[in-house]
Design a protein around this ligand. Structure first.
Ligand code: 3HC
Length: 330
């Protein structure tokens, strides 16, 4: 269904006068913070935007397993291995909650996965960067999951009920993810000189990709105006990025690491840190499929999907057998 609904995003938000009675009634619910539930009437574009965002979000959780899963066998201690394994499993669970939330909008998980595999749906830009060493795994947990939480805490208040409820559970687990990442990087930052250098290098490489996760600037964001009017997004890309920078800079300083951007400076007047723009050309290039790992990530996901076909077939056959037996017993 979503495949037929894909169209160019528009920045135009209807005024109340331009809305139909049904649309005005819908907007009143949004304005009064009444959650929209699957069986409620909703504008087609609201449904389409949600499927796009929730689908991309689900894909990000699942593709996000790849850079970390790659390190499970190489974690430095049994404890770190167990923690990383649990985290990577959590990400699969998050993908499931989110695909289920998208299903409540009438879109199947199989169709969303197909669109991902055909390159017709996106996933978070961050997962197209490599994890070169163990320090990167700490930095991913701390910075990437840290950025994800800032966004997801806001999304707990999103207007669509099933998405909002999925976020509440996901955020609890993400907090553990960010904490374990910070703990891992802390060990390195306070370890030997060699370890501290690795931690610094990881932060230097991942800083700008992490702040790109919040999407383009508000001025360049095609979907924000309408998504915010519908409270699908409750904070803008730039607001969330600033919140992440403000909470992360003191953590970098606590670790005794150098700031990864010479433009980071406390701005007394604004009550926020100033920081440099990431390279937006690089960002748009990555989301178009040209990042360092896009090709590998997609081919790994397709392989995992194909390799798992026998499991899905088995589960389906078992479910069919069980329901046939139940019917026969009735
Ligand atoms: N990566 C890839 N594409 C991105 C992007 C990013 N970091 N940021 C923006 N884009 C894309 C948008 O999808 C949009 O393209 P489209 O119209 O073709 O879909 C285009 O760039 C313009 O951006 P907009 O600001 O207009 O797009 P949105 O309004 O959708 O805002 C968003 C982008 C803030 C990422 C929003 O979609 C969002 O909040 N999504 C839910 C959160 C999410 O997806 N998080 C994934 C992070 S990773 C994660 O959670 C896993 C955890 O385990 C670490």
């Amino acid at each position: 269904m979503y495949a037929q609904m894909i169209k160019t995003a528009s920045k135009g938000v209807k005024t109340r006068e331009e809305m139909t009675d049904q649309e005005r009634e819908f907007q009143d619910k949004i304005d009064n913070d009444i959650k929209i539930e699957p069986r409620d009437w909703m504008p087609d574009d609201y449904r389409r935007t949600l499927i796009r965002q929730i689908g991309q979000h689900a894909h990000s959780e699942v593709v996000g397993q790849l850079p970390e899963g790659n390190w499970i066998t190489r974690a430095p201690t049994l404890e770190r291995k167990a923690i990383l394994l649990a985290k990577v499993q959590d990400e699969a669970g998050h993908g499931l909650y989110l695909y289920s939330a998208a299903e409540t909008l009438g879109e199947t998980r199989d169709e969303l996965v197909k669109l991902l595999h055909e390159g017709r749906m996106k996933y978070s830009s961050i997962f197209n960067y490599p994890t070169l060493n163990w320090a990167d795994i700490g930095a991913v947990g701390w910075l990437v999951d840290g950025a994800a939480i800032v966004n997801q805490v806001a999304l707990q208040r999103t207007s669509y009920g099933p998405y909002s409820r999925a976020m509440i559970r996901i955020c609890k687990e993400e907090s553990f993810h960010a904490r374990q990442g910070y703990h891992a990087i802390m060990k390195m930052a306070f370890g030997t000189l060699e370890q501290k250098k690795m931690a610094q290098d990881a932060v230097n490489r991942l800083w700008f990709p992490a702040i790109m996760m919040f999407g383009p600037t508000d001025a360049a964001s095609t979907n924000s105006d309408q998504s915010m009017a519908w409270k699908i997004k409750v904070k803008s890309n730039d607001e969330l990025r600033q919140q992440f920078v403000d909470q992360t800079v003191p953590q970098i300083e606590y670790l005794g690491l150098d700031l990864p951007d010479p433009g980071i400076k406390w701005n007394e007047e604004r009550g926020h840190y100033d920081f440099s723009d990431p390279d937006w050309t690089e960002f748009f290039n990555v989301i178009k499929g040209n990042g360092p790992c896009n090709v590998d990530r997609l081919s790994d996901r397709k392989k995992a999907w194909d390799d798992g076909q026998w499991v899905r077939d088995g589960l389906l056959a078992h479910a069919q057998k069980k329901s046939a037996a139940k019917l026969a017993a009735e």
